[in-house]
Design a protein around this ligand. Structure first.
Ligand SMILES: O=P(O)(O)OC[C@@H](O)[C@@H](O)c1c[nH]c2ccccc12
Length: 261
């Protein structure tokens, strides 16, 4: 059984426990959307992730304080913050997201494996403004239903793909934001060529393309940029950075002039 299959079994259980629960919403904040931030940016937008551990890397930084980390991300110019909220495999919690929401004024991505509307309700109540839909984890019908449900709640949606077939499915939906995950969630293998290969399939020039996972050096980011990415999603490199300010400087490469739409 692949790790993704194992995770999805756990998610089914979590969803059962969530059904019929109501969630107390955090106080509303007026936040500039991720899409708008990307539109005006002239450097690569960095979605900066809070990730204590992962199935592929084990412990990354178990002692991290999500609020302190998020405030630093904001200070050094993150475009959005991604908070892993999955507990069994990534040691995150929805309370992390809630705390980060109160501490910063950036868009927040709820990084989880969403298979049911109730998780979207929960993420929204905790203060997420972006949710993730992983195409590999969903049937086409569920993908569509969850996508339109999230949009109806005014959430931004990051649709994540890893191969050509998933990209084809996603293009039917024509979402505003597509993330290409360089990491295969079934084997954990990371290959930056994935972004280059799948970006070439994009048809709508207004789609915001995000290259996800495995970004370490400025050269990696330049590759993603040259493939058309306007944003990168970075976890481990930021979590392990000794000097976050310098790391952000390195990752925020210039975008081509007039490239930002
Ligand atoms: O730590 P990295 O290699 O910078 O990766 C960040 C992010 O892309 C990765 O955490 C991720 C991408 N898609 C996911 C889906 C579920 C869990 C995690 C992920």
């Amino acid at each position: 059984m692949s790790i993704l299959e194992k995770i999805l079994i756990e998610k089914e259980k979590e969803v059962k426990a969530l059904i019929n629960q109501t969630f107390v919403p955090v106080e509303a904040k007026k936040i500039t959307t991720f899409k708008e931030r990307v539109r005006v940016a002239n450097t690569m937008a960095v979605i900066s992730e809070i990730k204590r551990s992962s199935p592929s890397k084990g412990e990354i930084k178990m002692t991290v304080d999500p609020v302190t980390q998020a405030k630093q991300y904001e200070a050094y110019g993150a475009a959005a913050i991604s908070v892993l909220t999955d507990k069994p495999f990534f040691n995150g919690t929805m309370d992390d997201l809630r705390a980060v929401r109160e501490a910063v004024d950036l868009p927040i991505l709820c990084k989880d494996f969403i298979i049911h509307r109730i998780q979207i309700d929960q993420a929204k109540a905790a203060g997420a403004s972006i949710i993730l839909l992983i195409v590999a984890a969903l049937s086409t019908t569920d993908l569509e239903n969850l996508y339109y449900y999230a949009r109806s709640l005014d959430l931004e949606v990051l649709v994540e793909v890893h191969n050509e077939e998933e990209m084809k499915t996603t293009l039917q939906l024509n979402p505003e934001i597509i993330g290409i995950n360089n990491r295969n969630l079934k084997t954990f293998e990371v290959n930056l060529e994935t972004t280059e290969k799948l970006a070439a399939m994009l048809t709508n020039p207004n789609t915001i393309l995000i290259s996800e996972s495995g970004m370490k050096t400025a050269a990696d980011v330049v590759r993603a940029r040259d493939a058309g990415a306007k944003a990168i999603l970075v976890g481990e490199t930021l979590m392990r950075a000794d000097n976050l300010e310098q790391t952000f400087q390195k990752l925020k490469v210039a975008l081509p002039a007039g490239g930002a739409k």
